[in-house]
Write a protein that binds this ligand. Structure first.
Ligand SMILES: *[C@@H]1O[C@H](CO)[C@@H](O)[C@H](O)[C@H]1NC(C)=O
Ligand SMILES: *[C@@H]1O[C@H](CO)[C@@H](O)[C@H](O)[C@H]1NC(C)=O
Ligand SMILES: *[C@@H]1O[C@H](CO)[C@@H](O)[C@H](O)[C@H]1NC(C)=O
Ligand SMILES: *[C@@H]1O[C@H](CO)[C@@H](O)[C@H](O)[C@H]1NC(C)=O
Ligand SMILES: *[C@@H]1O[C@H](CO)[C@@H](O)[C@H](O)[C@H]1NC(C)=O
Ligand SMILES: *[C@@H]1O[C@H](CO)[C@@H](O)[C@H](O)[C@H]1NC(C)=O
Ligand SMILES: *[C@@H]1O[C@H](CO)[C@@H](O)[C@H](O)[C@H]1NC(C)=O
Ligand SMILES: *[C@@H]1O[C@H](CO)[C@@H](O)[C@H](O)[C@H]1NC(C)=O
Ligand SMILES: *[C@@H]1O[C@H](CO)[C@@H](O)[C@H](O)[C@H]1NC(C)=O
Length: 795
């Protein structure tokens, strides 16, 4: 019985084996074999079935003779014969008995043919490497697709001198596009912009600088891509992050955006190891193409009038400035056109007043300038561009002013750029939004400035000129219950007419403070015959993008309600006027209070520290939409009549989509309240506020400014460094010399330690504000803080 069962099983097994062997017959492409372009997808497969050779329909009635990865759902073409010349349905590729291998259209016209190295072609074969070969009867290769790459290299493929990859025109258009990657006969491996549509090149944006030595680019079986010399010695890794070829499909492609990327795709869920079953990038060059391409002709890394910025995924994005729209919505590199009529140069037209600016920090269009002025003020720069009908954009940076004309080229946004772009747009189009590419909803930044100037004008001016503050908000899970129409400000918020606020402030007479982007005036608002003193913050022209965005900001601010936040009472958005009405804080700002001649009481100072910490904790953790303040400093902490501290100037915000919360923006600046990641092109998170709070906390503890020139010892100049030195040396009492109250407070050491935790250079080491409050309240033990700068090298 047992024998019978096992022999049946053996039989079944043998039968199945025989079946599987015949069900996937792999055959050579022999004389007379052909494929026809039509909807029935006849293909020639490789033995494993991983690669296929055949026709791919690209557009209605347009076919590409191609090789592709056949076992994954995403269409991934690695080679094609007729990328610039799609063929119609009914076209044919055929191996003729006279040894020709040709693609011809339905009328028999030759479209493409393999150029053989010698005669004697007898068969073709699709190999498991992704190489399609034509060979003679003793299997000597006469032609192979690996020798004529389009934009892709595969493992085991090599590229010899004069070999080239030309990028596709776009994600969906496979014809030859704007970039070239080539191993030149002089031995240099170079990426160029192409002088589209010709074959010339314009600008080399990456190279191995191996003149005279580069011999071959190798994509080896282990997944490394490198350049070798003739004697085989390794010159340069093109991509040095390898992945196993047995577990991953791999390819290196010069993509339509000019970046050469090494991609991998798990062959099975097993090998995915948590990785998505999708193509993911292992390595890419160059690291920031936006900054690499600065060419005197041609548009740069993106189209004309657009700007390039690196996304969080390290992909270059091409976007349009506010007031501009993309020329071809299907091609994000097609450039941008203004949505408004250009300025009329006719004197009679008097159009100067009809234009204004939107500001973009860290933005430039190098090489498009036609006028340049040194040592001028920003308002002068603005006016000189407004008065000039040729001026499309002015760049203002470090007291220099450049006027730029159309078409703008080489546009980029990067923290290393500095300064700002003033983009001229017609006012009646002011409310139109940037409609960049389909990756367009990027964090167009709302810039806000410090409002209340403290006692140190110099320091503030310095900070103001350096700090471009972005308040980033994002919807969290808990914000689900927001109404769909979330741009309507909350019910307790009053909408004011501009005239009403003009009256309330007596014609904007009494100025309470002034920042780069707004001015605050004292006013009196009557409501049911009750007079309320208010602070009216007038945002300078075009500080915000448009009505909807302004409403969104007001909405997010109005939803906050905490005793340590300055309450928003109303707003005004009439025409170009954007104003916010706040409760008036009679005791002014903390900077006036803290840095006056007589030292405020220790416990009062602690109360302010607690209040600020709680207010911040609320903004980060408890309000519907997380609000990152980005500008915590004494000037932005206000005191009411009972000296309760309240945070002001928060939420001049742009609501971001959750996936945009980790945005990489940057600012230039000096060491102050600004967290170091601003300068390092790292994601900005709520931890920037923790850093600023840490500095503020030290100032409150020590009752001195973060930076003080008039000190006895040079090492005491920067409070943050001084504090850590004292902590390390066990001399904390030096921080509060003569302050008996502080010295007698048992919690004193602990507070300094908390502040040191907050100012860690590595954002990940800083506690959250919630944690900070817990530590301050004493509900958790404070661990020993590391040297704030100890992690600096790893960043
Ligand atoms: C393909 O043709 C070559 C040369 O005739 C031969 O050596 C090889 O075995 C053939 N392969 C298959 C799968 O038929
Ligand atoms: C085309 O190929 C797909 C996937 O290999 C297959 O499911 C489909 O049936 C084929 N269509 C035709 C018309 O052969
Ligand atoms: C194939 O080509 C090689 C190289 O030219 C040659 O040596 C060989 O004889 C050819 N084989 C046949 C069967 O023609
Ligand atoms: C190729 O070789 C096979 C035997 O190996 C032979 O039958 C066939 O006729 C040859 N083909 C040509 C075109 O020479
Ligand atoms: C692809 O782009 C080229 C260059 O702009 C254009 O000539 C061609 O028509 C496009 N092809 C398709 C299929 O859209
Ligand atoms: C190989 O060639 C490179 C570049 O031409 C040279 O620098 C290197 O010394 C050579 N190595 C050997 C072992 O000859
Ligand atoms: C591929 O290249 C890497 C780096 O040069 C080397 O370590 C590895 O052994 C190579 N693999 C093969 C199969 O040649
Ligand atoms: C912008 O203004 C121009 C002329 O003033 C007008 O033709 C155009 O339609 C406006 N565009 C939008 C999007 O409002
Ligand atoms: C961009 O915003 C529009 C309108 O808010 C939305 O429909 C679209 O899906 C967004 N696109 C992306 C890529 O987020």
């Amino acid at each position: 019985m047992a024998f019978a069962v096992s022999s049946i099983m053996l039989f079944v097994l043998l039968f199945l084996l025989a079946l599987s062997a015949t069900s996937q017959p792999y055959r050579n492409v022999t004389f007379g074999s052909s494929l026809t372009a039509n909807n029935a997808n006849s293909t020639w497969l490789s033995p494993s079935g991983e690669f296929a050779f055949g026709f791919q329909q690209i557009i209605q009635g347009g076919y590409l003779l191609a090789i592709w990865f056949n076992k994954i759902p995403e269409r991934t073409i690695v080679w094609s014969a007729n990328r610039d010349n799609l063929v119609q349905e009914g076209s044919k590729v055929q191996l003729f008995a006279d040894g020709r291998f040709e693609l011809s259209d339905p009328r028999g016209q030759q479209i493409w043919a393999a150029t053989l190295s010698r005669v004697g072609l007898t068969y073709g074969a699709m190999l498991d490497t992704g190489n399609f070969v034509l060979a003679n009867n003793s299997s000597v290769v006469l032609w192979q697709s690996f020798d004529e790459p389009t934009d892709t290299l595969l493992p085991t493929q090599t590229m010899n001198q004069d070999g080239r990859l030309v990028s596709s025109f776009s994600e969906t258009n496979y014809s030859r596009g704007r970039f070239l990657f080539t191993l030149q006969t002089d031995g240099n491996l170079v990426s160029y912009t192409r002088n589209f549509p010709t074959d010339d090149v314009i600008f080399a944006y990456w190279s191995t600088q191996t003149l005279g030595s580069g011999f071959q680019v190798i994509f080896n079986q282990s997944g490394y891509i490198f350049l070798v010399a003739k004697n085989g010695s390794l010159l340069n890794y093109v991509a040095s992050n390898a992945a196993s070829t047995s577990q991953f499909y791999q390819r290196a492609i010069l993509e339509y955006d000019g970046v050469l990327r090494h991609y991998v795709y798990p062959k099975s869920a097993n090998s995915a190891g948590g990785r998505a079953m999708a193509w993911s990038t292992m390595d890419f060059i160059p690291s920031n193409i936006c900054m690499r391409i600065t060419q005197s002709t041609g548009s740069g890394a993106c189209g004309f009038n657009s700007f390039c910025s690196l996304g969080t995924d390290q992909m270059p994005n091409c976007d349009c400035p506010v007031g501009y729209s993309v020329v071809d919505p299907n091609d994000r590199m097609s450039g941008c056109q203004p949505k408004f009529a250009p300025q009329n140069c006719d004197e009679e037209a008097h159009e100067t007043d009809l234009f204004s600016f939107t500001e973009m920090p860290n933005t430039d269009w190098p090489l498009s300038d036609y006028a340049y002025f040194k040592q001028v003020r920003e308002d002068w720069c603005r006016q000189v561009c407004l008065d000039d009908c040729f001026c499309a954009v002015a760049i203002y940076r470090d007291g220099n002013c450049w006027k730029k004309k159309y078409p703008l080229s080489n546009g980029r946004v990067d923290s290393s750029v500095g300064g700002k772009a003033l983009i001229k747009i017609r006012k009646n189009n002011a409310t139109t939004h940037s409609s960049g590419s389909k990756k367009g909803n990027r964090s167009t930044l709302i810039v806000t400035g410090s409002v209340f100037l403290g006692s140190s004008m110099l320091l503030n001016l310095l900070l103001l000129s350096c700090l471009l503050l972005y308040v980033l908000c994002f919807n969290q899970q808990k914000s689900r219950r927001l109404q769909p129409n979330q741009v309507l400000p909350g019910p307790n918020i009053r909408r004011f007419g501009f005239k009403k606020l003009q009256e309330a402030t007596n014609g904007f007479k009494e100025e309470l403070g002034r920042g780069a982007y707004s001015t605050v005036y004292k006013g009196i608002v009557k409501n049911d015959n009750i007079e309320n003193v208010v602070a009216v913050k007038k945002l300078h022209k075009m500080a915000t993008e448009g009505e909807q965005e302004f409403k969104a900001e007001v909405s997010s601010i109005s939803r906050t309600n905490h005793k340590n936040l300055v309450q928003l009472l109303g707003y005004c958005d009439e025409g170009q006027n954007r104003l916010l009405v706040y409760e008036f804080m009679s005791n002014g700002s903390l900077s006036n209070f803290l840095f006056q001649s007589s030292r405020p009481n220790w416990y009062k100072r602690l109360q302010i520290a607690f209040a600020t910490a709680r207010g911040l904790c609320y903004l980060h953790e408890e309000c519907n939409n997380q609000i990152i303040h980005c500008d915590i400093k004494p000037q932005n902490i206000l005191l009411d009549e009972s000296f309760t501290a309240k945070i002001s100037d928060f939420g001049i915000a742009k609501l971001l989509k959750p996936d945009q919360s980790r945005t990489t923006t940057g600012i230039r600046g000096t060491k102050g309240y600004v967290a170091p990641e601003w300068f390092r092109n790292l994601p900005v998170t709520s931890k920037v506020d923790v850093y600023s709070f840490g500095i503020l906390f030290l100032e409150l503890i020590c009752c001195r400014k973060n930076f003080e020139r008039d000190v006895e010892v040079e090492t005491e100049m920067i409070l943050a460094d001084f504090a850590y030195d004292c902590y390390k040396d066990g001399t904390l009492h030096l921080l509060v010399a003569n302050d008996e109250e502080a010295l007698n407070d048992k919690r004193f050491d602990k507070f300094v330690m908390i502040a040191i935790w907050c100012i860690q250079e590595d954002p990940a080491l800083r506690p959250t504000m919630k944690r900070v409050v817990q530590l301050m309240e004493g509900s958790v033990e404070v661990p020993i803080p590391p040297d704030p700068a100890s992690s600096i090298t790893s960043m």
